[in-house]
Design a protein around this ligand. Structure first.
Ligand code: SF4
Length: 410
């Protein structure tokens, strides 16, 4: 049997669209939910040839707010996936919920449907910060959601937090971390607020109504969060993620370790056999494409396929591996790319090590300082690979084939 794969399911519905969000998420489209659920089932059925001979290692429901999608639709999709491919023993089924829409009966419904892990979008434990972010919940609602998740039988509960808000003092951020820890989660994710072009938040900053986030303060916040979480018994295993032993996200690991993942849903991104692809983004257009697709089209809502140039493929591999604190062994690189790491990126890796950003042995991994500069390190790796890759023909032989011609659904 081929390597097991992950399945990502995108649920694009939200109660309101938050001012900082540039995800493929839509408010005011509740009337589409039943048709969307039917389209997901059809898209899963169509993907049967892609699942043939493979087991499913994990399913991740992201969004949008998957926790606003009726539990019976989640149950029906999981049942259909189980009909199409065996789930590995201990397969993780993870779903993002918003504390504002996580009633006890709903969470019990998710648990009964086979969801094993909840990722609760706490974001902050200060009401004023939640209001700034346009979040519809209160700090009390997050505490209630965690309690309801435990009552429903969830043994793995994660809390998502955002730091680096304009005007947010370091002390306020640490208060949120301590409040999160008092709820005894199994996993915590900390994300820096990023100002995405085209969002209402970007417009407010451009008008001067809101201060832009301070990157130096955000770096201090990251380091302080790391210290607090370490002291509370959490182990950082990825740039933004901390877990109690055994509670690391299996599903997200697929993204960081070059594993295949199938995409289902509007705007979902997938990665199969080295090829990255993306579904049609708008929910209405997605539903129409799936309904109109002729039989035999395994990706009926395909919008585009991208095969990055070889240097970008290799640099992406390195940058994703370096997100994990365990890093990677040089032998893993050589197994994947058929050339020694030294030949492909030795010079830049040594420079980064001399600058105190990387350890090279026994595994290549970021130092604590390197974790603050992952984006810059990824850019340096790409520049290096653009110079070395053309000189390494065996590397080219391991690259993903160029994207095949395909007909985009109308
Ligand atoms: S709830 Fe999440 S996905 Fe939805 S609009 Fe807000 S930030 Fe975006």
């Amino acid at each position: 049997m081929a390597e097991p794969l992950a399945v990502y399911v995108h649920i694009p519905f939200c109660t309101i669209k938050c001012g900082y969000c540039d995800f493929n998420a839509y408010a005011g489209m509740d009337a589409l939910k039943d048709a969307y659920a039917r389209a997901l089932l059809r898209e899963a059925d169509a993907a049967r040839p892609l699942l043939a001979g493979r087991a499913i290692a994990s399913v991740g429901f992201g969004g949008g707010t998957p926790g606003e999608f009726p539990a019976q639709h989640i149950a029906a999709l999981l049942e259909r996936l189980r009909d199409l491919a065996p789930f590995e023993p201990g397969a993780e089924v993870t779903l993002e919920v918003n504390p504002g829409t996580s009633s006890p009966p709903y969470l019990r419904g998710l648990r009964a449907a086979g969801v094993t892990r909840l990722s609760i979008g706490a974001q902050s434990f200060r009401a004023a910060e939640l209001a700034f972010l346009d979040r519809i919940h209160s700090p009390e609602a997050t505490a209630a959601a965690v309690a309801a998740a435990r009552d429903a039988g969830f043994e793995s509960v994660s809390l998502d937090l955002i730091y680096g808000l304009p005007g947010q003092p370091l002390g306020a951020w640490l208060e949120s971390i301590r409040a999160a820890l008092r709820l005894e989660p199994d996993h915590v994710s900390c994300y820096a607020l990023t100002v995405e072009d085209g969002t209402p938040l970007a417009a407010r900053i451009a008008r001067g109504d809101v201060e832009p986030p301070d990157p130096d303060l955000a770096a201090d916040m990251y380091e302080a969060a790391s210290a607090l979480l370490d002291a509370a018994g959490f182990r950082q295993y990825e740039l933004s993620n901390w877990a109690r032993p055994g509670h690391e996200s299996r599903h997200n690991r697929a993204y960081w370790t070059d594993r295949d993942y199938l995409a289902l849903g509007a705007g979902a991104h997938g990665y199969l056999a080295g090829e990255r692809y993306e579904n049609i983004a708008h929910p209405r257009a997605y539903i129409a494409a799936v309904e109109a697709a002729p039989p035999g089209q395994p990706r009926p809502a395909l919008a585009r396929v991208t095969t990055p140039a070889l240097p970008a493929q290799v640099a992406d591999w390195l940058a994703l591996r370096l997100r994990l604190l365990e890093g990677f062994a040089p032998a893993e690189f050589e197994r994947r790319w058929a050339v020694p790491l030294e030949a492909a990126a030795g010079s830049v890796l040594r420079e980064l090590a001399e600058a105190g950003l990387l350890e090279l042995a026994p595994r290549v991994r970021l130092t604590a300082r390197g974790r603050l500069l992952h984006g810059e390190i990824a850019a340096r790796l790409l520049v290096c690979l653009e110079q070395t890759a053309p000189r390494l023909p065996r590397l080219a032989a391991r690259a993903a084939p160029p994207a095949p011609p395909y007909a985009a659904p109308k």
